[in-house]
Structures are given as C-alpha cells and as structure tokens.
Design a protein around this ligand. Structure first.
Ligand SMILES: Cc1ncc(COP(=O)(O)O)c(C=O)c1O
Length: 456
C-alpha cells in the first residue's frame, strides 16, 4: 500500500517546499494514523513526532473528543462566514482567546493560516494609520532569518533569502530587515537598551523616517536561525521604541502561542503587551485549520470611530464554525489537562537532557530554546573550535542529516536557515518517557553525524 500511494503521490500530489528530484526519487513516507506523540506510516512503521506535525499538534494525535466536537458542529451548522454575522463557536473562540491574551488585546480577527494572519496584521497596521490620517506610514521592519509565511505580503517580511529572492520583483518596497538576537547579549553593567539588536531597530526607524514606518514584527522566540530566545528586556525595548515613534508592534506567535513556551502567549512569557499577536497552528492543535490576529481594542475602536470606519479585509473561511468549535475544545482541554503547567514542569528537564547531549557530542555547537521549542546547532568539532566546512554543511543539509533523522524514526527537522541545525518541538503532552525517547533518538542522530564528520 505504501509504494502504491507513494507512486500516486509522485504522479498527482504537489509537495510543499520539496525539491522535485527528491519527490520523484524517493519512496517517501505516507503517514496514516497517530496517537499521542506517535504516528504510523501506511506500512505500519512507528515514528516519534518530535515536531508536533509542524509546531501544530500541541495536544497530540488521535483525540476522539476533538473529532466529536467537529462532527457535532458540522451537523448543527457546517458553515457561515464572519461577515456581518457571527456563529456561537466563533464568538466563544474569540472570547476565550481574548481572555487568554495579555493587556487589552481583546479583539480577534480569524483567518485560516499563519501566512494569512501575518498578511492581516500588515494590512491592519496600514489600515489603522490611514484611519488616523497618517497616510505616509506603510513600511515594516522585520528581522533577518525570520519566517513569516508564504503569501506575498508575509513573504516580503520573511527574512529567509532563499524563500524570498525568487519572488523579489513581486514584492512591495516597504520592508526593511534588521539583525535578530542571535549572539547578542547584555554586557556587564549594561541594559537591554544597549543591545545591538535593539539599536538596529531604532536606527532603522530613524533612517527610514519615523512617519513612514507602520509596523515592527518579530517572534518572541524566533524559529529561523534556530530557537532564538531574546535577552531579558528585549521586548520591553521594542515596546518602548514603537511607542516613541508611533509604530505598531506585532508579535508573530504562529509557533509560540498556545503553550509552546509554557504560556498562552509568548508575549505573556516575556511580559509585553504588543499591539497585535498573530497565531495559527496550536490554536486547534491542527485538528482544523485556523489562524488569526489578536488586536488591542483601542486600535480597533479608533478605526471604527474614524471616517474610514472599517478594517478593509476579510476571507470566506475566517472563523469557520467547525474550526472555531475545535479551537474551543482544544483550549478547554489545555486548561483541564493543565498543559501549560506540564510544559513549565518539564522544560528544565528537557533542556537539561539536550544540554547533556552537547557535552557528549563534539559535533554540537549550541543548544538553544525554551519551553518545548529547541534547536541543536552543528559544528565540525566544538573541542577543536572547527566549524562545518561549506561542503560538510551542504551535504548535511542536502540529505545526509535527513537520512539519519529518518533512520532514527523520529520527526524532527533538519534546518538550514542560517546554520545547520535540528529543530525539536514535540507535542506539549510529551511526558518524561516521551522526552527520554526523543532525546535518545536525537542522541542516535548525533552519533551518526559525528561518525560521518569523522570519516570525513
Ligand atoms: C512565525 C510564523 N509565522 C507565519 C507562518 C506561516 O504559517 P502558515 O504556514 O500556516 O501559513 C509560520 C509557519 O511556520 C511561522 O512559523
């Protein structure tokens, strides 16, 4: 059955972000079912889902209660849009999300994916400034190596060169990228205001002219360049700078929100109230597609009270009642099963186990991350202080690392965005047993990688 389906996939199914040569050549995996933190392919092989699908299946696979919720909603009212109407699940989901968001982030605009959420945040920022008579503001400041999605607006703010360069002629001219927080730290006696990564943002606003800048967008913990946890006080500085120049601040929490960092939002984790939070993925644990933007109520009211009077944006399926019903069930389950506390209780153990791996493997340069979100970065030999050669990095990124990951029967991500890394982000329900299993499999991959580098 596997090879039959695999062949049909090769004939008819266009894969995302996958080279044609790889898709044509390989008898790739066809995944068939899941339970908890594990999934099975059509041949019956079992894999540990160490990436929660794609930072998505926070409450794990195979939940019959979520399926029942979706089915009940389909029978009752399968669909009505959120254009002038509402449905009980959309209202309830928005209310629950607003209650879990920090400060006066009280208004929820639903869409269907992370890219659309980012797209909506960009347009909301422009729409807001326009409504206030600030017509010159349209530029957006984002960070190097940050991934914000695929649609042309979201892609323009994305800072990963290989994703954006082919489409440059189709992008708008208003995005500026600045350095992220990689390698940045507060020096002895200094404050977060001294961080180069903070100053880069203020300098860019000044260089561009503050009255042309609409928005700063950043992830609390940035995925691209490998689980970049910001230095203490970084987000407070972003808030201060944005307030100083009348620029809106958006936390892109498509990965971070809904428990990945042990809190409902990453903004809560870092003690900041941005103007917008984008979310997707974990809001339904991916049992249904749903994304959205949480906005500060005064901004929404300012638009509604202005002559413009409207956020000029929408989509057919945004706030789909079935997705919204599943979001409600997911948030209730997260609460009832105390999942945020579970992550907080286990994050130190998890990070500690990964740090131990670094000590026993000279091919590990650094382990970064927090909560249930980590990156393991490679080098040729840490003890000798030798980085990967270009050829080693190209080979590891070009399939060698992927084959070691596949052999270990674990779904984690070989990552090439700015360095050679593994990204690890299991379902939030992973307990000590699953975390140990995951770390053992990473150990196996590091053994294979170390031996491959040594054979050289
Ligand atoms: C931070 C961030 N923003 C936006 C997106 C785009 O989300 P989607 O793939 O649902 O369009 C992603 C996807 O991984 C993401 O990580």
């Amino acid at each position: 059955m596997t090879s039959d389906l695999s062949q049909k996939a090769q004939a008819h199914l266009m894969p995302h972000y996958t080279k044609g040569a790889a898709w044509r050549a390989e008898n790739h995996l066809v995944l068939d079912r899941g339970e908890g933190c594990y999934v099975w392919d059509t041949a019956g092989n079992k894999y540990l889902d160490g990436l929660a699908g794609l930072f998505c299946t926070n409450m794990g696979h195979g939940r019959a209660d979520f399926a029942a919720t979706a089915s009940k909603q389909m029978e009752r009212l399968a669909f009505f849009p959120t254009w002038g109407f509402s449905t009980p699940p959309a209202v309830e989901a928005a209310t629950m999300i607003a209650e879990r968001a920090p400060g006066d982030l009280d208004e929820v605009f639903f869409v269907n994916s992370g890219s659309e959420a980012v797209e909506s945040a960009l347009k909301f920022a422009r729409n807001y400034h326009l409504s206030q008579g600030d017509e010159g503001r349209y530029k957006v400041i984002a960070r190097d190596w940050a991934y914000h999605g695929t649609t042309l607006g979201a892609l323009t703010v994305t800072g990963v060169p290989k994703f954006r360069e082919p489409f440059l002629p189709m992008m708008w001219d208003g995005v500026r990228h600045v350095r992220n927080t990689y390698g940045d730290s507060i020096s002895e006696g200094g404050t977060a205001a001294d961080l180069a990564s903070v100053q880069a943002i203020e300098q860019m606003i000044l260089d561009e002219g503050p009255d042309t800048v609409a928005l700063v967008i950043a992830e609390p913990v940035q995925n691209g360049r490998g689980a970049l946890v910001p230095p203490e006080g970084y987000w407070q500085e972003l808030r201060r700078i944005c307030d100083k120049y009348g620029v809106l601040l958006c936390a892109d929490e498509v990965i971070n929100a809904f428990g990945r960092l042990g809190h409902w939002t990453g903004s809560e984790r870092f003690g900041v109230v941005p103007d917008m939070i984008t979310f997707a993925k974990g809001v339904t644990s991916a049992y249904q597609p749903l994304g959205g933007v949480i906005m500060r109520r005064p901004l929404v009211e300012a638009i509604w009270d202005s002559p413009m009077g409207i956020f000029m944006h929408g989509s057919t399926f945004g706030g789909h009642p079935v997705s919204a019903a599943v979001a409600v069930a997911n948030m209730r389950a997260m609460h009832d099963e105390n999942i945020l506390q579970h992550v907080l209780d286990h994050e130190d153990y998890f990070k500690g186990q990964l740090d131990e791996l670094m000590l026993t493997h000279d091919c590990v340069k650094e382990v970064r991350g927090t909560g249930y979100f980590y990156a393991v970065e490679f080098m040729a030999d840490r003890v000798a202080g030798r980085d990967l050669s270009d050829a080693q990095a190209a080979a590891l990124q070009g399939g060698v690392l992927g084959s070691f990951v596949r052999e270990a029967r674990v779904m984690i991500r070989p990552d090439d965005r700015g360095a050679t890394m593994l990204t690890i982000s299991p379902p939030l329900i992973a307990d000590r047993g699953v975390l140990d299993d995951l770390v053992n499999r990473v150990d196996q991959i590091l053994n294979r990688t170390g031996a491959w580098l040594a054979a050289g």
